[in-house]
Design a protein around this ligand. Structure first.
Ligand SMILES: Cc1cc2nc3c(=O)[nH]c(=O)nc-3n(C[C@H](O)[C@H](O)[C@H](O)COP(=O)(O)OP(=O)(O)OC[C@H]3O[C@@H](n4cnc5c(N)ncnc54)[C@H](O)[C@@H]3O)c2cc1C
Length: 391
């Protein structure tokens, strides 16, 4: 088969890119190694920056966020005996939206199906070929076991941290940077109304705790746990007890209401960047090029920002054989990627205990500064609510 752009991966980056390209009259074919049901059910991110919401709205994908998303003015930062609210709207004039990645994925699938776009699910053995020529192609095995080939003018690697695109770049033409953190998150979904109106990020000597939410009836909460933690070692009662302690149940009359846990998982924390994000006719976007620890809520937003830059670049490449934006894509995207990498690392190291008492004093000092200085608070707010897509 022949198309303009072959896209590997039907996560948020891949499906949104297909949508943006279609708006510009550019054809694409998407291949995905998992089933549609599996991709739809993956519980992951839940915060959209205002620039992500603006972009989705501008391309006809904002109805779900507007109808079911929850706009938040800011977050709470706390440590034992103190809780402070940072109002992003007052500080930098921008808000964030609570909207689950599962909901966004569903919106993208609905739009893709309505437009009749071609998405191959449940594929295997994807391979990328002839990337340094003007006729690259992708081969894969479809869900019926037939070997397929897609010829395209460009290939978009939107296949996350474990897909083949990242490694398809020759090792002597790429650099990578990585930081593995000595802790993970134990995350739960619970069928209980959130005990807070906005997210709580809590520093605690026992470890970081966080109260997020997905809707008025579903809460999402996290605990810092050691790497290698087996989720089976944490009973529901033990999770709620630890959350109550770390989030300050009883402090100034605030209470944490427990409820039935419907999902439990352990998420390791890693920072990673591969550069450049382009090799020949292959362009990386989203987690295929970078990973951030989730503390800054940046992973999904970076995937959106990448494809917002990539779509016009591929549009000009396909329609006019004009490479100006394609040539600039990697450098432009990496500016924002590294800003978000820094912010995610900074939030993570400020809030997670390391066991070192000196680190703990530095963290508390940093938290006091961020919550008491207008300049410190504005810096956090500007990064959390999100810098402009072309930053
Ligand atoms: C377990 C987990 C939990 C997370 N939790 C949070 C969170 O709480 N908060 C937060 O802000 N962020 C979170 N993130 C980060 C956020 O979800 C990602 O940054 C976001 O999904 C990036 O979108 P993407 O489309 O680039 O990649 P992905 O969503 O990973 O999509 C890539 C797609 O490519 C497919 N693929 C892989 N290999 C192949 C192949 N060989 N052939 C075809 N297709 C392939 C994958 O199946 C997948 O569907 C989490 C990520 C993970 C992995």
């Amino acid at each position: 088969m022949r198309t303009d752009v072959a896209i590997i991966g039907a996560g948020p980056a891949g499906l949104l890119l297909a949508h943006l390209l279609a708006q510009d009259g550019i054809e694409s074919v998407v291949i995905e190694s998992r089933t549609q049901e599996y991709v739809a059910a993956r519980i992951r991110a839940g915060i959209l920056e205002s620039s992500s919401v603006d972009l989705l709205t501008s391309v006809g994908l904002g109805a779900g966020v507007q109808a079911h998303g929850d706009e938040h003015r800011g977050i709470y930062l706390q440590w034992p005996s103190e809780r402070h609210h940072l109002d992003f709207v007052d500080l930098v004039g921008r808000s964030v939206w609570v909207y689950g990645q599962t909901q966004l994925q569903a919106d993208l699938v609905t739009a893709s199906e309505a437009a009749g776009r071609t998405v191959f699910y449940d594929t295997s053995d994807a391979e990328l070929h002839d990337l340094e020529t003007d006729h690259p192609f992708v081969t894969f095995t479809d869900d019926a076991g037939a070997r397929q080939r897609i010829d395209a003018l460009a290939i978009a690697g939107c296949d996350g941290s474990f897909g083949p695109s990242r490694a398809a770049m020759p090792s002597d033409k790429r650099d990578s940077w990585e930081r593995v953190y000595p802790y993970s998150w134990l995350g739960i979904l619970a069928d209980v109304a959130p005990s807070t109106d906005e997210l709580i990020y809590a520093w605690h000597p026992d470890g970081f705790g966080m109260h997020s939410m997905r809707s008025a009836t579903v809460s999402r909460l996290y605990l810092q746990v050691p790497n290698g933690t087996d989720v089976a070692d944490w009973s529901d009662d033990a999770i709620w007890d630890a959350l109550a302690t770390r989030l300050g149940h009883g402090q100034d009359g605030w209470t944490l209401t427990p409820g039935p846990i419907t999902d439990k998982s352990v998420l390791p924390m890693r920072s990673f960047v591969q550069s450049p994000m382009r090799h020949g006719r292959l362009f990386l976007a989203g987690d295929a090029a970078h990973t951030v620890p989730p503390t800054g809520a940046k992973g999904l937003n970076l995937a959106i920002a990448d494809v917002a830059l990539l779509a016009p670049a591929l549009g000009r490449l396909v329609r006019k054989n004009d490479f100006a934006l394609a040539d600039a894509y990697s450098d432009t995207a990496l500016r924002r990627v590294w800003r978000c990498e820094h912010f995610s690392w900074w939030m993570t190291t400020m809030l997670h205990v390391s066991g070192d008492p000196f680190d703990a004093q530095l963290q508390l000092s940093q938290l006091r500064w961020v919550t008491s200085s207008a300049h410190g608070a504005a810096g956090l707010a500007e990064n959390y609510a999100g810098l402009p897509i072309g930053f």
